[in-house]
Design a protein around this ligand. Sequence first.
Ligand SMILES: C[S@@+](CC[C@H](N)C(=O)[O-])C[C@H]1O[C@@H](n2cnc3c(N)ncnc32)[C@H](O)[C@@H]1O
Ligand code: SF4
Length: 396
Amino acid sequence: MVDLAAAVLPLSLYVHLPWCVRKCPYCDFNSHALSGAPLPEREYIDALLRDVALTALTTNTRSLRSIFIGGGTPNLFSAAAIGHLLDGVAHHFTLASDAEITLEANPGAAEAQRFIGYRDAGINRLSLGVQSLDDGLLQTLERIHTADEARQSIGAAFNVFPCVNLDFMFALPGQTMDMLGTMLREVCAFNAPHLSFYQLTLEPHTPFHHVPPEPMPDADAAASMQEHVEGILANAGYARYEVSAYAQPGAMCAHNLNYWQFGDYLGIGAGAHGKQSFFDSEGQIIRVARTIKQPHPRRYMDAARTALETAVVESRTIKRDEFAFEFMLNALRLKNGVPRTYFPERTGIPLSEIASMAQDAVARGLLEPDDAIFRTTELGWRFLNDTVQCFLTDGR
Ligand SMILES: C[S@@+](CC[C@H](N)C(=O)[O-])C[C@H]1O[C@@H](n2cnc3c(N)ncnc32)[C@H](O)[C@@H]1O
Ligand code: SF4
């Protein structure tokens, strides 16, 4: 019975490594500046392994399709530590033979030699936070690396990993279309299998939000930059398959696809989020829970050493009337949408229950009138928030 559930509902693992050399002024991720303090590598990996062991008890025989080690700056950790972590995961879980195993890295903390160690430890995909190839913009973003250091890391990553993703941001303070165009030409020449282009967001509670850097491109300029990114990358053979994600054929990110397709994922580490479905003996979903682990690294490690259950600071069952919105919030980010059958399979709710909301979105020209797939129209893609709002139920 559990095997049936496993067959339809993929399971991934996210591992959070929360430290950075210093905190970037735009960043609202759960990342903590080391500020010269030593990295508590051993203690943190031990805490993660206890977390892995306890979490594995809740998943029966389901195997992992992907692992994503994110941050923070995971490449502050040694290859031996990453190897120890992956060995521990492999001890408690079956890994799919083609599992995608990604490590996020910051070029300012990267040494080529470490990349080889990561690969030998089992990492098969590197995601490099490049952000820009313009030294002035990198300084504005207060990144810890120069453009040349980023180029060197990119070269080293290509030499070592079968798959590489490069993260960039656009609509940066003082960035012009010409600057973006110059960078895009260089980016295309790298020929990376996967690219992510995020529009800079001034997130609440960040220094950039309190004192916005100037001059910020206005909304029209940002929209033109988004179109420019998509157009140039399309000519270079990249499909924009999600709001911020671009892939060469066959190189979509399996781990992120699982989030957007409303699959299950376990979250290990400080502040990690998880989503897990529970099944009855017929393989039908009876409950879907979201969990959040203790965000503060010190408190997380203390909980792992003493009473690991207390590392879960939030555990919430998704309510019946929340599913439509939560599902669409993820699924409609995908340019090609998802099969309609995913909704009942992954929420336990019949399609008939959201039929009138879907019809409304179709009538407004936001959703394609396709019986097999939930997919936005061009209009629905442009006004994605409005499209997703069609699936808000009265109770919310
Ligand atoms: C968790 S970060 C990981 C990469 C690594 N820590 C680094 O910065 O090099 C993931 C990506 O999110 C993007 N990002 C972070 N903060 C952002 C913001 N405020 N607006 C837009 N994109 C952002 C950056 O492109 C970053 O590489
Ligand atoms: S290096 Fe990445 S995770 Fe760390 S503060 Fe900067 S953007 Fe955030």
